[in-house]
Ligand binder design. Structure first.
Ligand code: AMP
Length: 411
């Protein structure tokens, strides 16, 4: 494998190969290679006479507050992996070579870049199309390989190639995942152990969506609602977007409204609020056409399987309880609830039994419909004696199933 740094020598090599009528496959990357990149190289080696891979962390596709500077770079390891994968030429240009003084051109592909990732990363796709066009002009491949992991990117590149009559084929290859399902990415190295665990909720949400669609669900609102729940459970609090789009995506339809172009969904977020009988919800920004508008609402009642899944959301606040409530737990007001422990997110009707670690029943509390999902414990036993420090177990019994947990009291 040859490592080439200058554009001129890369062009000369390509000229030689063209003379010999060799077909050229190309996989552009930003390096820190992993099995996702390698799958592109393998496919190229299989299909083309010569495989070129580029490694270039392209500054133009990073926003001012993005991770250009700390993007992982490891050329030594990349060289090893590319060689092993059968790459013939590793093209590693410099910034000076790619963007010399006075560089001022940009390639912009409209309609397919404004939404989805384009909405959260302004300018990103212009950076991508500009650098990819430059690389295509240098390498002049017959086929270029991209990963489906960056689905919108592949769509944008295909559109650019079609619109600008570029003489090459674009192939999109499947996502390569870790054993547990997380898509492999150079940026996964940023994740701490707990973040890495939480990131799995992305795969779980996608798998859930696929399962729902395979089982016949065709309401995008319902699928997205379920996905958001799973992501929230994984504490993935900042969701940029979830949309379900037509394939091929051309950016023209508003994805979330499809296929209900004449219907509006009002989603009530029961995950964050415990609604009570008699609560009044106000809809703002609704598309009101006039006095003849009729809105009808249907409450499906409690979904037993959802309610069972939600038993996992039950939590004890504060946990641990320190002598006097420390006020550090979220949603905890120290002065008001001193000497009180709350069991939150309870199902409508249930009993909470509290046990010592050796299995003695300390107290039974009941929660009834209308109690708002929370029951308070004054930290007294059935005999009205103050409890001591230690680990306690609790068991919630409801018509939807049981939930067991533990908490600590430090006095
Ligand atoms: P990057 O180095 O992140 O710019 O990625 C270079 C190419 O590798 C792009 O076409 C990506 O879509 C592709 N790629 C990155 N990760 C994966 C993966 N896990 N599976 C398949 N392709 C990938």
């Amino acid at each position: 494998m040859k490592i080439i740094r200058s554009i001129t020598s890369m062009r000369n090599r390509i000229k030689e190969m063209r003379k010999k009528a060799k077909t050229i496959g190309f996989a552009p990357t930003m390096g820190c290679l992993h099995q996702g990149h390698i799958s592109l190289a393998h496919q190229s080696v299989k299909e083309c006479d010569v495989t070129v891979m580029s490694i270039y962390v392209n500054p133009m596709q990073f926003g001012p507050r993005e991770d250009y500077k700390k993007y992982p770079r490891d050329l030594k390891k990349d060289v090893e992996l590319a060689k092993k994968a059968g790459v013939d030429y590793l093209f590693v240009p410099s910034d000076k070579n790619m963007y010399p003084e006075g560089f001022s051109s940009k390639v912009s592909v409209t309609n397919v870049t404004e939404r989805l990732c384009g909405a959260s990363r302004p300018g990103h796709f212009e950076g991508v199309t500009t650098v990819v066009l430059k690389l295509f002009n240098i390498i002049m491949p017959d086929t270029a390989y991209f990963g489906q992991k960056d689905a919108q990117q592949a769509i944008v590149i295909k559109k650019m190639v079609k619109d600008l009559n570029m003489p090459l084929k674009i192939k999109t290859l499947p996502i390569v995942r870790e054993d547990d399902g997380l898509a492999i990415s150079s940026r996964n190295s940023y994740l701490s152990k707990p973040q890495r665990l939480r990131a799995l909720s992305l795969y779980q949400a996608l798998s859930k969506a696929r399962q729902m669609i395979q089982q016949g669900e065709r309401n995008p609102g319902k699928i997205i609602f379920k996905m958001k729940r799973l992501l929230r459970r994984g504490k993935f609090v900042k969701i940029d977007y979830i949309v379900i789009v037509d394939v091929p995506y051309d950016g023209s339809s508003h994805p979330e409204a499809f296929p209900y172009n004449h219907a509006w969904f009002f989603r009530v977020d029961t995950a964050d609020t415990n609604y009570q009988n008699g609560d009044i919800l106000t809809i703002s920004g609704a598309p009101v056409n006039g006095a003849d508008d009729v809105f009808s609402f249907k409450v499906d009642g409690i979904n037993a399987s959802l309610a069972q899944a939600e038993l996992e959301d039950i939590r004890v606040v504060p946990d641990p309880y320190f002598g006097r409530a420390s006020g550090t737990s979220p949603g905890w007001e120290a002065s008001k609830y001193e000497h009180v422990i709350q069991f939150q997110n309870l199902p409508d009707k249930c009993s909470v039994r509290i046990y010592t670690i050796s299995g003695d029943l300390v107290r039974t509390l009941d929660h009834n419909p209308g109690d708002g999902g929370t029951v308070e414990w004054d930290m007294l036993s059935e005999d009205r004696l103050s409890i001591s420090s230690g680990i306690y177990l609790y068991h919630v019994e409801s018509q939807y199933g049981n939930h067991v947990g533990r908490f600590a009291v430090i006095k």
